[in-house]
Design a protein around this ligand. Structure first.
Ligand code: SF4
Ligand code: SF4
Length: 465
């Protein structure tokens, strides 16, 4: 397998080396453009062949008695919305959600993961409605004790689980997670000091919770504590962010997926993967990287590489994907209903892609929306999505002298107005910092907003960048 990634990487690093220090760094990316980026995004729709109805791989672990989970799991945090004439989300599109669930189940998916927090609190109910049309024992349901709660009392924890059961129209959940543990202090306050974790263990004994685990977005200290707690409570499974970039090159000082996975594998704890596509970003990598992947497997999408990476590890129970559209679901089914683990050479290729990609000045936003709403009305993920799209397309430049400055300037500014209403743009950030503690990716949101705003102002005024 031959690649020319090193050459392109050198080109990129040379460009990146000339960047300013403002944080909104810029790069002249080789071979990129709006059209190429759109082609990346659309490729899945053109993938060849029928969607196989059979062939899903199922994973079983001795400590998860009776569980035979599909390798592709449905992440229910990105269900489709109905919109009004102004393009604003009004309510979840239950009809479409039912159709997605029907198609997924007909093609072998049996694991569904939701949370009280998802989709402004609407995901559990919509998921419950869709799944209530099937025998309860025919699927696995995961939900969470979210961090977004009234207070840290035991009663609030109990009430949250009871509300989830009601919305999900069930008397038990197969998988219950302590949601998004980010630091030891928060974990102790929320789950230990008030006796909530003990109560959850009791519910597990009673069968209300079939399997107990946690999802993690935290630091080293919190991870060590959680691993110590395995001796006391026995985590049945753990959900981590894992993909071929975070495997060794995570952003913003996060722990590597490799370290998390290996710690869990050493304890024989089954692993559920979240963010296999980094919030969709790995389906739309810069074009010269996408070309390296397509050169190897021309009829498969760029996203399929990320999913094959995740499915190639034996300790994985299921890989969650938040599939909003039928195209996403079908593309993932093509991958998992005729699953081929990565070869050693393909692992090496993805490592090279990851190294290059991690050097891009992209904001590591996964569009989870945990930071929303911003009290000052900013569309935080929308601003980052536009910025990242422009980085991928080569429309973030470092200097007025850059080739293509005029075109890039126009694409950035015109696209910004279209993507984010002016009252929701970065210049409205007052750096209050309220969003910071909510971001599992540990993005310094106010700083990024200041940097993006400064970049936009310079573009508008035609100043040197
Ligand atoms: S720091 Fe900025 S983006 Fe974050 S909540 Fe405050 S105003 Fe909104
Ligand atoms: S900024 Fe952070 S919290 Fe907000 S959507 Fe992006 S990843 Fe999620």
């Amino acid at each position: 397998m031959k690649t020319n990634i090193d050459l392109n990487r050198r080109s990129f690093l040379k460009a990146a080396g000339a960047l300013g220090t403002a944080g909104v760094v810029a790069a002249a990316l080789p071979g990129c453009g709006e059209k190429a980026a759109e082609e990346n995004a659309d490729f899945a729709q053109e993938a060849l062949g029928e969607v196989p109805t059979e062939g899903m791989q199922y994973r079983h672990f001795d400590n998860l008695e009776g569980v035979n989970a599909s390798l592709l799991g449905y992440g229910c945090m990105r269900w489709p919305w109905r919109t009004n004439e102004q393009g604003e989300n009004t309510e979840l599109d239950q009809e479409e959600i039912n159709a997605l669930v029907d198609y997924a189940i007909a093609h072998g998916v049996n694991y569904f993961d939701t949370a009280p927090k998802y989709l402004k609190g609407l995901s559990e109910e919509a998921t419950g409605i869709a799944l209530a049309r099937y025998p309860r024992e025919s699927f696995y349901l995961a939900t969470k004790l979210s961090n977004y709660h009234k207070d840290d009392s035991l009663q609030e924890g109990k009430d949250m689980l009871m509300r989830s059961l009601k919305r999900l129209q069930t008397s038990y959940v197969d998988f219950l997670l302590c949601h998004s543990i980010s630091n030891s202090e928060g974990f102790i306050k929320r789950f230990i000091d008030n006796g909530l974790l003990d109560w959850l263990c009791e519910q597990r004994t009673k069968g209300v919770i079939r399997h107990l685990g946690f999802s993690f977005h935290g630091d080293e200290e919190a991870w060590k504590l959680l691993m110590e707690y395995h001796e006391k409570v026995h985590w049945d499974f753990v959900q981590i962010q894992m993909n071929y970039v975070d495997w060794e090159y995570p952003s913003e000082e996060s722990m590597t997926s490799k370290r998390l996975y290996e710690d869990l594998a050493a304890r024989n704890i089954p692993v559920v993967i979240m963010e296999p596509l980094l919030g969709g970003r790995l389906s739309n990598v810069p074009d010269f990287l996408a070309q390296q992947l397509r050169a190897q497997r021309p009829t498969q999408s760029v996203a399929s590489w990320a999913f094959r990476f995740c499915g190639s590890f034996p300790q994985i129970l299921t890989v969650l994907s938040g599939m909003t559209y039928m195209d996403h679901l079908q593309d993932n089914l093509r991958t998992y209903n005729s699953f081929e683990a990565l070869t050693e050479e393909e692992f090496k290729l993805l490592d090279e892609v990851a190294k290059v990609y991690s050097g891009y000045p992209i904001v590591p936003c996964t569009d989870c929306k945990y930071c929303m709403p911003c009290p000052y009305g900013l569309d935080i993920p929308g601003i980052f999505a536009h910025y990242n799209k422009c980085v991928n397309a080569g429309n973030v430049v470092s200097s007025k002298a850059d080739e293509g400055y005029a075109k890039a300037r126009r694409a950035f500014l015109v696209g910004y107005e279209r993507a984010v209403p002016s009252v929701r743009q970065a210049d409205h950030c007052i750096t209050c910092g309220l969003c910071m503690t909510k971001c599992p990716q540990k993005i310094n949101i106010p700083k990024r907003m200041r940097d993006i705003d400064a970049y936009v102002e310079k573009l508008k005024q035609g100043l040197e960048l």
